[in-house]
Design a protein around this ligand. Structure first.
Ligand SMILES: *Cc1c(COP(=O)(O)O)cnc(C)c1O
Length: 432
């Protein structure tokens, strides 16, 4: 066994290294199943594509969607991946690139929009909801946007209340702020629900006509971008909404690609707002957030999109959703949980109201790799769990989960005082 003791004095034989590299049993969730996150073993084709392009670092500088230069294979694949996704989201002339993930895409969207507005010397506000992913907080911190508004959710629908968004914009205008970045989420991480992007776009149009207000809608579709188009295609041609300017999507979540592979997309030339001259190359400009990038993620995305196609992704998703409905049917029949579930996604948010404080026993949290968080629901704060039904989950696993829950319920009803258990908050959602 290789021991760690600082930077090694001498190298060791590759045999010993390969032995040490074998994934140990400790890295696996023994006897359990990973259900709390949109994560699964990547598809074999994607792994193969990734591996075959590992040794080429051809995507290291610039973006290729607007390049007329001779492109290498992975650069060409990258620009085709962006075009394929543009087709899915209603954007003919897309600009963008393969990022390290949703966080980078969200930071980029906010950064570009901030630069676009500040070039016009304008104060800019950012609107989000209490369910917005924390990567937007990082973006706000980095871009030093000081005016951030949290728009309350619509009661029980877990999406931004557009009536309150209108009030908030009205209020901005009365304070002479005419520019806002609006973060709309397609598939919230905690609930699977989505903001009404068409309605948000209509609101921006209305204030634009009336007051010259400008809104930059950035869509965080880290999860929903590889889910919703395969269930409600007409509704997800998001760029048909004229104020949708940029979006992020994570092929490494619901696209079955190895980490890390995210995509940032925007309207033509949006990247020019963050462009820098490249110090070492006269022919390239630097218009990405991170510098050197790999070409392997491009090959993996390209290979997977080609391999599965629309019908392939849809087939897998439909099957995952059937499995989810199977589990929810069993739980609801016994009235053991309150359910938040967008029927068009493969995830659900469950509050086990038959358990004390709606909390499952720790061993079940561990076995199914899911942690409790709190959310505002019908006027009170409740504990919930999110479950992602991913391709590694079988009907037998769902039966096992159900049996485990029933067994724990039988046990807990034997205990005398249940109310002493304190809720454990992973994340507290602020009240509506
Ligand atoms: C996962 C997620 C992100 C961040 O994506 P990473 O790939 O983890 O950086 C952003 N937004 C939403 C809604 C997410 O679920």
């Amino acid at each position: 066994m290789l021991q760690f003791s600082g930077f090694p004095e001498k190298g060791v034989e590759d045999e010993a290294i390969l032995q040490a590299l074998k994934p140990g049993s400790s890295s696996r969730n023994q006897g359990g199943t990973f259900m709390g996150y949109p994560q699964t073993t990547p598809h074999a084709v994607a792994i193969e594509a990734y591996l075959s392009y590992m040794e080429y670092n051809t995507n290291h500088v610039g973006v290729f969607t607007n390049s007329n230069r001779q492109l290498t294979a992975s650069q060409k694949m990258e620009s085709e991946v962006i075009a394929m996704l543009g087709d899915l989201y209603g954007l003919n002339e897309a600009d963008g690139y393969i990022t390290s993930g949703g966080t980078e895409g969200n930071i980029l969207g906010v950064w570009i929009a901030r630069n676009y507005f500040s070039a016009q010397k304008n104060t800019v506000a950012l609107m989000q909801s209490c369910l917005t992913h924390e990567s937007i907080q990082k973006a706000v911190d980095l871009t030093m946007i000081s005016h951030v508004e949290e728009i309350a959710l619509e009661d029980c629908h877990f999406r931004m209340d557009t009536r309150r968004l209108e009030e908030a914009i009205d209020n901005l205008i009365s304070h002479q702020i005419y520019h806002a970045i609006i973060i709309a989420t397609a598939g919230y991480t905690l609930t699977g629900t989505s903001d009404d992007i068409r309605e948000i776009n209509e609101i921006v149009i209305k204030f634009n006509k009336q007051y010259g207000f400008q809104g930059w809608i950035h869509i965080d579709a880290a999860i929903g971008g590889m889910v919703l188009p395969f269930r409600e295609q007409e509704n997800t041609r998001w760029f048909e909404c004229e104020h949708v300017m940029s979006m992020t999507v994570d092929p490494h979540k619901m696209g079955y690609i190895p980490y890390s592979a995210g995509v940032f997309m925007g309207r033509k030339n949006v990247l020019s707002w963050i462009e820098r001259n490249n110090q070492f190359s006269k022919t390239h400009v630097s218009n990405t957030l991170i510098g050197s990038r790999n070409g392997a993620a491009a090959a993996a995305c390209w290979a997977m999109f080609q391999h599965l196609g629309y019908s392939g992704y849809k087939g897998i998703l439909d099957d995952l959703i059937s499995k989810k409905e199977y589990l929810l049917g069993k739980l609801l029949q016994k009235h053991i949980a309150e359910v938040i579930s967008n029927p068009e996604t493969n995830m659900c948010c469950l509050s086990f109201n038959s358990f004390s404080n709606c909390l499952l026993p720790g061993r079940l949290e561990q076995k199914y790799a899911t942690r409790a968080f709190s959310i505002q629901y019908r006027g009170s704060v409740i504990n919930c769990y999110k479950l992602y039904i991913m391709p590694h989950i079988s009907y037998a696993t769902l039966d096992m989960l159900y049996e485990d829950i029933m067994e724990a319920l039988a046990e807990s009803s034997l205990k005398p005082s249940k109310s002493e258990v304190k809720p454990q908050h992973e994340k507290v959602i602020s009240p509506m």
